[in-house]
Each structure stands twice: as structure tokens, then as C-alpha cells.
Design a protein around this ligand. Structure first.
Ligand SMILES: NC(=O)c1ccc[n+]([C@@H]2O[C@H](COP(=O)([O-])OP(=O)(O)OC[C@H]3O[C@@H](n4cnc5c(N)ncnc54)[C@H](OP(=O)(O)O)[C@@H]3O)[C@@H](O)[C@H]2O)c1
Length: 181
């Protein structure tokens, strides 16, 4: 699996939270637009990216927004028996990644949550990049981004990622990208 580089994307509050009661703890339309842009954009023609998510994250997406359009939607679950047509279901992340990377039509794989998948990915050397939106505010949360060793990552700057502080509904946040060392 050495060539299977893939990435994490997450929005994380100051107290490390990512979710509350099966939903996002905040409403940030522009942050959501950023998530959609970053996970959808491809460099090669006739390819799409895959967005890989746990069962709860899949079930948290409102019907009108799922499947996430323009991307191959992949759900990791050992208990779900079926998913709608066109959605890929795997019991294990490693099995999903193996199939996705043997498919020429897939450009990038994005881990989009929640905690269990972030934790598995952040401890896997093939997960090379973390796209983290740092929300500079504390929120009541019941789901958290896993602890990880920041010494394993360095911040990088991509030309297509805004560097300035964003603000929506009085909430400030920044787009950060980290590369595994
Ligand atoms: N802020 C953000 O960027 C962000 C991103 C995504 C989600 N969220 C929020 O986070 C919450 C959902 O996340 P969650 O952590 O509760 O659940 P989740 O990871 O989406 O789903 C958990 C389920 O997914 C499967 N799963 C997860 N990790 C796995 C692994 N490594 N290997 C195999 N199967 C795995 C298991 O399903 P089975 O039990 O069926 O086997 C597990 O019970 C919601 O509140 C959502 O809004 C926030």
C-alpha cells in the first residue's frame, strides 16, 4: 500500500471538537463551500475524487445533499446492510483504499470523518496531508478530532488555499494544510 497517498479534511474547534448530536456544531456556509471545492477539484480529466466516511457521518448528511455530488461516496461500516445505488460500502478503510487506488478513474481519496476514520488515517503513514480548518472558538461537542503528534507533520502553504483569517456569523477560522514528515 506504499503508493496509496491520501488525505484528511476536517473542521476542528478550539477545544478539539468536530461534532455534536450527530451534526456539525456550527453553521459555516463558506467553510462548507471550501470543503466541497477542495474535495471535488481534480487535475486529470475523466477522474473524480473519493470521499470516505464512517457510518455516522454518512447518516448525518441531509438527504438533499447526499451523495456528495461530483465525488465517489464511500461509506465504511460493518453493520450497514445496504446503501443507495452508486454509493460504495466497505467494512474496512484498507479494503476501500486498495480498490480505489487500483481504479484509474479515482484521483484522490479524502477521509472526511468521523473520529474513528480520522484516528486510523492519522496513524497511517500513507495519509500524507491534513487539511484542517481551525475554528478559533470553543463549541459544545461530543465528537472530537483524535490526538496526534504534531511533530510528525509540518505546515505547508498551497497557492489555492486562502491564508487570511475567515469570518462568518462572528466565528473566525483559518484553513491550514499539514504534510507528514
Ligand atoms: N467537523 C468535521 O469536519 C466533521 C467531519 C465529519 C463528521 N463530523 C461530525 O462527526 C459526527 C460523526 O462522527 P462519528 O465519529 O460519531 O462517527 P463516524 O466515524 O462517522 O461513524 C462511526 C461508524 O463508522 C464506522 N467506522 C468508523 N471508523 C471506522 C474504522 N476505522 N474502521 C471501520 N469502521 C469504522 C463504524 O460503523 P459500524 O458500527 O457500522 O461498523 C462506526 O460505528 C457527526 O456529529 C458529524 O456531524 C464532523
Amino acid at each position: 500500500m506504499d503508493n496509496f497517498a491520501y488525505s484528511i479534511i476536517a473542521a476542528v474547534s478550539k477545544n478539539g471538537g468536530i461534532g455534536y448530536k450527530g451534526d456539525l456544531p456550527w453553521r459555516l456556509k463558506k467553510e462548507m463551500a471550501y470543503f466541497n471545492r477542495i474535495t471535488t477539484q481534480v487535475n486529470r480529466e475523466n477522474t473524480q475524487n473519493a470521499v470516505i466516511m464512517g457510518r455516522n457521518t454518512w447518516q448525518s448528511i441531509p438527504d438533499k445533499y447526499r451523495p456528495l455530488k461530483g465525488r465517489i461516496n464511500v461509506v465504511i461500516s460493518k453493520t450497514l446492510n445496504s446503501v443507495p445505488e452508486g454509493i460504495l460500502l466497505y467494512p474496512k478503510l484498507t479494503e476501500a483504499l486498495k480498490d480505489l487506488y487500483s481504479n484509474d478513474c479515482v484521483e484522490k481519496c479524502w477521509i472526511i470523518g468521523g473520529t474513528g476514520l480520522y484516528n486510523e488515517a492519522i496513524n497511517d503513514k500513507n495519509c500524507k496531508y491534513l487539511y484542517i480548518t481551525k475554528i478559533n472558538q470553543e463549541f459544545v461537542c461530543d465528537t472530537f478530532f483524535p490526538d496526534f503528534d504534531p511533530n510528525n507533520f509540518e505546515e505547508i502553504f498551497e497557492p489555492y488555499i486562502p491564508k487570511d483569517i475567515q469570518e462568518e456569523n462572528g466565528i473566525q477560522y483559518e484553513f491550514k494544510v499539514f504534510k507528514r514528515l
